[in-house]
Write a protein that binds this ligand. Structure first.
Ligand SMILES: [Zn+2]
Length: 370
């Protein structure tokens, strides 16, 4: 559950209320103890106790006194200690590069590093993840709050990579390996799930949204009622190998024909565009890809009553004709009454979406904020 908003009974509540205070400061910025009490519904006494603990833990800082004309003692302003920590984010979704960054608590990128994948798989690819993490941790100038990794593949809630075919990983304990090596909290999730979290925290997405990430493959991350959905077998959002339509299509790496990826994955789409002979044909290819995405997603949008669908990937391919085709197809295939507030759009987070999502996972896991 992201973004706690209600108070809880004292016997269960300490950790929850602590996160509630941090979340209120994280989103609301500088405010007084009284403001936090009003915002959370907790008593002034509880807030004072929690804030004292959080200051002792270096998570909250006093920023001086509010300058106002009201009579009486001016209130002390508090904020999350935004300069106290750095977060390491790693994105393994690229087909030729592993990318990493140091981020602050607001998800701003402070420093970057990358390592060429050069066709590595298995242990060799895992060693490159270790090396990238090491480089970033060495460069950090503040204590590390945690390390987040967005990886392709099916990953369980403990961060075990059950399968990531492109990297040749099966049951790889990436979380354990990284935390044993560096002694910091580690979170590993699927790259599209990480991207969905980034869009929720930094892209102003609603809590009922799906983010479709188009790259080497096609995957999706899903939030319902503000809660990320992973699925009973941790593969919620794995829509790339769903066959779209009943009219065949190109052969897919998985053995089927006409999977969503055969229309939409970047290598496929780029190849299809390269074979065109003019702008008209090019538009046709982009329209067909967008239409297939719309056909695949219309039932999902309707079944889950999604408010928002966000596309992430190369904007020269996705933004424009393809996006329009997807929107029109979904509109044509769903009930008009439900379309009022439905939004289909590109992400504005660009290529850093997984890195920033990795930071959200750490923030959410360590501080309960997002
Ligand atoms: Zn397939």
């Amino acid at each position: 559950m992201l973004r706690p908003t209600t108070k809880m009974l004292p016997e269960y509540g300490r950790g929850h209320n602590r996160s509630l205070v941090l979340q209120t400061l994280y989103r609301g910025g500088r405010m007084s103890r009284a403001d936090i009490a009003r915002g959370t519904g907790l008593t002034r006494v509880t807030i004072s106790t929690l804030v004292a603990e959080l200051i002792a833990d270096n998570l909250v800082v006093e920023m001086g006194q509010r300058e106002d004309a009201r009579p009486g003692k001016p209130a002390t302003i508090l904020d999350l200690n935004r300069d106290a920590f750095e977060i390491v984010g790693i994105d393994l979704s690229g087909s030729s590069l592993f990318r990493g960054a140091l981020l602050d608590l607001d998800g701003k990128i402070l420093d970057r590093a990358e390592v060429e994948l050069a066709g590595s798989t298995g242990d060799e690819a895992a060693a490159k993840v270790m090396a990238l993490a090491e480089t970033l941790i060495e460069r950090a100038t503040r204590p590390i709050l945690g390390l987040g990794v967005g990886s392709p593949g099916v990953i369980d809630l403990a961060g075990l990579v059950l399968t990531a075919p492109n990297l040749g990983w099966t049951n790889r304990s990436l979380t354990l390996d990284l935390s044993a090596r560096f002694g910091v909290p580690v979170v590993v999730v699927n790259d599209a799930n990480a991207a969905a979290l980034a869009e929720h925290s930094f892209g102003d997405a609603t809590g009922d949204m799906m983010l479709v990430k188009v790259g080497h493959g096609v995957g999706a991350g899903l939030l319902l009622d503000g809660t990320p959905q992973f699925g009973g077998r941790f593969s919620a959002g794995e829509i790339g190998h769903v066959v779209v339509g009943t009219d065949g299509g190109a052969e897919c790496v998985c053995g089927k024909t006409g999977c969503l990826e055969t229309w939409l994955a970047v290598p496929r789409l780029t190849a299809a565009l390269a074979a065109t002979t003019g702008p008209e044909q090019r538009e046709k290819v982009l329209w067909a890809a967008g239409e297939r995405l719309g056909i695949a997603l219309a039932p999902v949008v309707a079944a889950l009553d999604l408010a928002e669908l966000v596309l992430s990937g190369p904007s020269d391919l996705l933004d424009g004709t393809l996006l329009t085709a997807t929107a029109e197809t979904i509109r044509a295939r769903t009930l008009r009454e439900h379309q009022g507030n439905f939004v289909l759009r590109m992400t504005e987070l660009g290529d850093d979406i997984v890195l920033r999502g990795a930071a959200v996972m750490v923030l959410s896991g360590q501080l309960g904020v997002s």
